[in-house]
Design a binder for this molecule. Structure first.
Ligand code: NAD
Length: 505
């Protein structure tokens, strides 16, 4: 198998990975992966692929599935263990590549690679679990059980904000379960997917079992979701794209997992530890430049502590150090691209026009160190009404809306009053109120005295309403998605026995 070393060279051309070979797109065209902190740097050049490339990858994955599904799961798992070990060895290089391609600060990109490592070790353990069930039969001399089976060829379509962690949430469980895969990374962050797959290849994944096809949503994503031989599609992205992908998959009865947008609330009650809540608010709202599906984008604060909270939040937001994420001192990087920066600025204008009070930020950062990057200053709006656009729609930038509330019931009503339901948080020292919030916040994740971000890989991850379609990644949820049940009955009575009709004493 060709395992051309990918390295970290600037401006290098990266090919698609199909059937164990690095190949050019049939179109002969490419696109550039640009550093958002300094747009003069081309991080890599990637293939602009289309339907023919997708067809070739599906053919390779279909052929590979014939053998891969028969490899014992504990043996498949050994490749995951080895890939995780390799990722650990390369963690620093891969984190630096990631910061260059998407701007997240280096501490966070190290965390992103670590999340892939953790997922690998967790999912490798599944190779010796992947539990099914045995259960009594209603008939004598008959044995009943159900076992997990792989689905076949699976497509993974990923976003740019967790460019190694999210591919790992999908590829590792799919592989250990015996599926073969085609991954289409986001156009802003293909390099981290290449690095991840390189670790898998070096760990010994057989040819055709994992394939990468790069390109746009319409030219690569759509053919993947339409291809009749693909049995499952796992998408992480916006709710808008999720709606299209879900509808397309339904036409050919594909399994489809959708992990989509969020508008995550943090509630701060009068009795909260305010220092702790402020630390959480800053990390939740401005970590990853607010570009997390779980970012804290609404802070709902009880009136008794509202003014103090806003003043202290603004004071600290103004002090955040912004810049190139490779600088260890920098706390917040740029927006991922020009279009996301423009979206942030557009929402800031909407917030002002709708009457929210702009407390700090609200503009693009320019000047010597910033002219070549897409920097938006941390932005805090106060006196936000829960129905305003900036309190309802996902912005995906460093813009947070602070909303006053009367008490717990009012806060929960506001928190639940959006179309999304991914993460949620509450700061209180009152155990009764904390438990009420755990029960009543309608979301896939609730944190008590911690911000809305910080998921661990062995727990289910996903959300309700427009955040998804009921599946979960992480933990056992992922194995659930990438396998399907087969019920097996073994009749050792040597005679025809009819279920429901023969009723032995
Ligand atoms: P996006 O929806 O624009 O793109 C996601 C992926 O889908 C990309 O690879 C894109 O090329 C592809 N795509 C676009 N149109 C397609 C189509 N018609 N058919 C098939 N594929 C298509 O999202 P993004 O901007 O890359 O990421 C940000 C979004 O992802 C935010 O909404 C964020 O909340 C969400 N997100 C959700 C989670 C989660 O687990 N719930 C995690 C991270 C990000």
């Amino acid at each position: 198998m060709a395992t051309e070393a990918l390295g970290t060279a600037t401006g290098k051309v990266f090919k698609n990975f199909i059937d164990g070979e690095w190949v050019e797109a049939r179109s002969g065209e490419t696109f550039e992966n640009i550093n958002p902190a300094d747009t003069r740097e081309v991080v890599g050049i990637f293939q602009k692929s289309g339907k023919e490339d997708v067809d070739a990858a599906v053919e390779a994955a279909s052929q590979a599935f014939k053998k891969w599904r028969l490899v014992p799961a504990p043996r498949r798992a050994e490749i995951l263990y080895e890939a995780s070990r390799i990722l650990t060895e390369r963690k620093e290089d891969y984190a630096r590549d990631m910061t260059r391609e998407m701007g997240k600060v280096i501490k966070e990109t190290r965390g992103d690679v670590q999340e892939a490592i953790d997922t690998g070790y967790y999912m490798a353990g599944e190779g010796r679990r992947m539990f099914g069930a045995t259960t009594p039969s209603e008939l004598p001399n008959k044995f009943a059980m159900c076992v997990r089976q792989p689905l076949g060829v699976c497509a993974m379509i990923t976003p740019w904000n967790f460019p190694m962690a999210i591919p790992s949430w999908k590829l590792f469980p799919a592989l250990v379960a015996g599926n073969t895969c085609i991954i289409k990374p986001a156009q802003d962050t293909p390099l981290s997917t290449f690095n991840f797959v390189q670790a898998l290849v070096d760990a010994g994944v057989p040819r055709g079992v994992v394939n990468i096809v790069t390109g746009s949503g319409s030219s690569v994503g759509t053919p993947l979701t339409e291809h009749p031989e693909i049995r499952a599609v796992s998408l992480t992205g916006s709710s808008e794209v999720g709606r299209i992908v879900g509808a397309t998959c339904a036409k050919s009865f594909k399994h489809c997992s959708l992990e989509l947008g969020g508008k995550n609330p943090m509630i701060v009650l009068d009795d909260a530890n305010l220092d702790l809540a402020l630390d959480g608010a800053l990390w939740g709202a401005f970590g990853t430049t607010g570009q997390r599906c779980t970012a804290t984008s609404r802070i709902i604060v009880q009136k008794g502590v509202y003014r103090e909270f806003v003043d202290r939040l603004v004071e600290r937001a103004k002090k955040l150090k912004i810049g190139n994420g490779l600088d260890e001192e920098v706390e917040m990087g740029p927006a991922v691209n020009k279009s996301q920066m423009e979206t942030d600025l557009r929402y800031i204008e909407i917030g002002k026009n709708e009457g929210a009070k702009l407390e700090c930020g609200g503009y693009r950062l320019e000047g010597k160190d910033y002219d070549h990057g897409w920097y938006v200053v941390p932005t805090v709006f106060s006196d936000v009404d829960a129905k305003m656009t900036i309190a309802q729609e996902e912005i995906f930038g460093p813009v947070v809306a602070v909303i006053p509330c009367d008490g717990l019931d009012h806060a929960i009503e506001i928190a639940n009053g959006v179309v999304y339901g991914l993460s949620s948080a509450i700061y209180t020292k009152d155990v009764n109120r904390a438990f009420k919030a755990m029960r009543d916040l309608y979301a896939g994740i609730t944190y008590i005295n911690a911000p809305t971000i910080g998921a661990e890989v062995h727990l289910p991850f996903g959300g309700v309403k427009a955040t998804g379609n009921g599946h979960r990644e992480g933990g056992m949820g992922a194995i659930e998605f990438f396998t399907e049940w087969k019920s097996v009955y073994v009749d050792y009575s040597d005679k025809l026995q009819k279920a429901q009709i023969d009723r032995p004493e």
